[in-house]
Design a protein around this ligand. Structure first.
Ligand code: S3P
Length: 168
């Protein structure tokens, strides 16, 4: 596998797991949201507010291509909605092992509720997380592997991913 691509709902630990995994494997860590922010010269909340979500989604597809195509040895943490476009799913599947991280709804709410940087939650995670989770119920099913992160340490999750990678 050329890259490991972490997908999953907001608050499932993609960025944290990517950091630990990249260090363990001595691979490069790429955070897709950071890549978008650097390319656009604006933060995610600014992009949503000033340009709108469709613009952000286009920038997200461009970032996926830029970071994944023709590259290897990277752990890429994607944003929770990066899986919504079929084009994006195809880019991910063609360029690495796609690992979906999951967590139960209470865990997700507790992880994201005080974070002002997630515009889709509109400052009300208790209401918006269950609604959005329901809408995205099958959005992560395309991944090669699914790992539940609830009550696990980052190290445990990283070890599970390495195991999956070595048997594929
Ligand atoms: C989004 C998730 C965010 C970020 C943007 C949209 C989504 O990333 O890309 O706010 O649609 O779920 P995280 O999953 O890292 O919070």
């Amino acid at each position: 596998m050329r890259n490991i691509v972490l997908v999953g709902f907001m608050g499932t630990g993609k960025s944290t797991v990517a950091a630990v995994l990249a260090q363990q494997l001595d691979w490069k860590r790429v955070d897709l949201d950071t890549s978008i922010e650097e390319a656009e010269g604006a933060t995610i909340p600014q992009l949503f507010a000033d340009q709108g979500e469709p613009y952000f989604r286009k920038a997200e597809t461009e970032a996926l291509r830029r970071e994944l195509e023709g590259r290897s040895g990277q752990v890429v943490a994607t944003g929770g909605g990066a899986v919504l476009a079929e084009e994006n799913r195809d880019i991910m599947l063609a360029n690495g092992l796609v690992v979906a991280l999951t967590a139960d709804v209470e865990t997700i709410v507790s992880r994201v509720q005080n974070d002002p940087n997630r515009p889709l939650l509109r400052g009300n995670a208790g209401k918006s997380v269950p609604e959005l989770l329901e809408r995205r119920r099958h959005a992560y099913d395309f991944a090669h592997v699914k790992i539940d992160t609830t009550n696990k340490t980052v190290e445990q999750i990283a070890a599970e991913i390495v195991d999956c990678g070595s048997t594929r």
